[in-house]
Design a protein around this ligand. Structure first.
Ligand code: SAM
Ligand code: SF4
Length: 467
């Protein structure tokens, strides 16, 4: 039997990169690779990169410096190591990566991961391999499915890509260029994926896509299904207790999604809905194609469907020409919505995007100052949201052992980490937890009832969140 070769993969950026990395591992497993945590030991190192901001993008070159030393070390001990750069930097920079870092053997864009075995074979026969096309075939039909033991090893919560690419062309964003135009996977394929996950212990599935609520995959009836209808179908799959989706665009929230939040107890009442700015002038310059009023209306529709719904968002500060007044409007919007969490970033000009050509840039000092003010406000809202949970009993889906002996960690409906002292047998269970205190961002509590014995598991709790 051939000795398995070792693969080390390091992912940066969004959830889709985490998912893509798993699919690359599944595909290369079929070629005789096994995963290793150590780059030094690996026969193949893949850096799965992110291009969204300059800082993220530059990380690949500093990491390549480190991997080069590992490759040289391997060569001295008579071992060949290959290095591949995947993800959005690979897509955006292509051959330039090999010019800047000749240590790289393979450059592969996100739409071509199914060609990795052939690209690797080309590199092994002495060449360099670069593929950044958008092939006509659907990569999902060619990527290997995860094996049952791989699914189990990855835990009880899984991502499933349902949609890729984006046609929105926000003026600051590279995604439409690196991931291409919107493509939705057919319903039947997603149902198969989710069933396979459920059959192997997965209890929570997060549907992912760059613009996930633009989903319009072909249904079994031959018609285009919106995200809400897909969620209804997935909620029927036995074993799946929780459904989530990310990331949504405010313009694509249609009625079936609102109805899904009203009708499906498995659909978690926590929605990531990026708004970027609270100023209509800046939203227009960003080409977001919605106003602050439109966004507030969408929030109201969600709240109308489910009272306990909470929101998170993304914000960019210091977009070209953002004035102090525009920024104050962002603070006012945050104050009005009361987010459970939010991410905020300093604007980073990305080559090739329209905003990178805009002249009226905001000074670094102003950006820094605005970011601190915004993050203070968001932090205070997040703390208030977490503190409000203390004293309540909520459902927690237990995921893994905690850092302290005897501690098990799970998540509430709002993705808050919750810790209890319990047996590891409860991993994979949803159980009511009385929340007692808060330690930074984690809630501490105790099981509200004794954990059910193994035989009672099929009838586990379903207490109302926030009760
Ligand atoms: N599709 C999502 C949406 O509609 O907002 C977000 C996709 S993007 C991967 C995640 C976040 O990165 C964005 O919401 C935005 O806040 C941030 N982002 C994207 N481009 C950026 C840039 N050039 N500078 C700073 N932040 C950026
Ligand atoms: Fe980028 Fe999201 Fe805008 Fe698409 S909708 S261009 S992914 S920020």
């Amino acid at each position: 039997m051939k000795t398995p070769r070792k693969l080390h993969i390091k992912s940066y950026g969004c959830q889709m990169n985490v998912y893509d990395a798993q699919r690359m591992v599944d595909t290369l497993q079929a070629e005789g690779f096994v995963e290793t945590d150590s780059a030094e030991d690996a026969d193949l190192v893949i850096l799965n990169t992110c291009h969204i901001r300059e800082k993220a993008s530059e990380k690949v070159y500093s990491e390549l410096g480190r991997v080069r030393l590992a490759k040289e070390h391997a060569a001295r001990s008579g071992r060949e190591m290959r290095i591949a750069v995947a993800g959005c930097v690979a897509q955006a920079e292509g051959e330039e990566i090999i010019r800047r870092a000749p240590v790289v053997d393979v450059v592969v864009g996100p739409q071509s991961y199914h060609h990795l075995p052939q690209l690797l074979a080309r590199a092994e026969s002495g060449g360099k391999a670069v593929e950044t096309d958008f092939p006509a075939e659907d990569k999902f039909n060619f990527l290997a499915q995860p094996k049952p033991d791989a699914i189990r090893a990855r835990g009880i919560s899984a991502f499933v890509t349902v949609q890729e690419g984006c046609d929105k062309f926000c003026t600051f964003c590279v995604v439409p260029y690196t991931r291409g135009s919107e493509v939705s996977r057919p319903v039947a394929k997603i149902v198969d994926d989710v069933k396979r996950l459920a059959d192997n212990g997965v209890r929570e599935v997060t549907l992912i896509g760059q613009n996930v609520n633009a989903y319009h995959g072909e249904g079994p009836d031959g018609r285009s299904w919106p995200l809400g209808k897909l969620l209804h179908r997935l909620a029927e799959i036995s074993g799946i207790a929780r459904l989530r989706y990310s990331t949504s665009h405010p313009r694509d929230v249609e009625e079936s999604l609102i109805a899904a939040h009203r009708d499906l107890s498995a659909l978690m009442p926590f929605v990531h809905l990026p708004v970027q700015s609270g100023s209509d002038r800046i939203l227009a310059a960003m080409n977001r194609r919605h106003t602050v009023r439109d966004y507030l209306d969408v929030i109201d529709r969600f709240r109308g469907a489910r009272q306990d719904i909470a929101f998170s968002s993304d914000f960019i500060v210091g977009f070209p020409s953002e004035s102090e007044q525009d920024f104050s409007a962002t603070l006012a919007l945050v104050a009005q919505i009361r987010y459970a969490a939010a991410y905020s970033f300093k604007y980073s000009p990305r080559p090739g995007t329209p905003a990178a050509e805009m002249r009226e840039t905001v000074s670094t000092a102003d950006m820094d100052h605005r970011l601190v003010r915004l993050q203070e406000l968001i932090d205070s809202q997040q703390s208030a949201f977490n503190e409000a949970a203390i004293g309540t009993t909520v459902d927690v889906l237990f995921e893994r052992a905690g850092r302290n002996a005897g501690q098990i960690v799970g998540r509430t409906a709002y993705l808050q980490p919750a810790h209890v002292m319990a047996s590891p047998d409860i991993i994979g269970e949803i159980l009511p937890v009385r929340l007692e205190s808060l330690e930074r961002y984690s809630l501490l509590g105790e099981l509200a009832a004794p954990a059910p014995s193994r035989t009672d598991r099929s009838t586990a709790s379903s207490i109302t969140i926030g009760a």
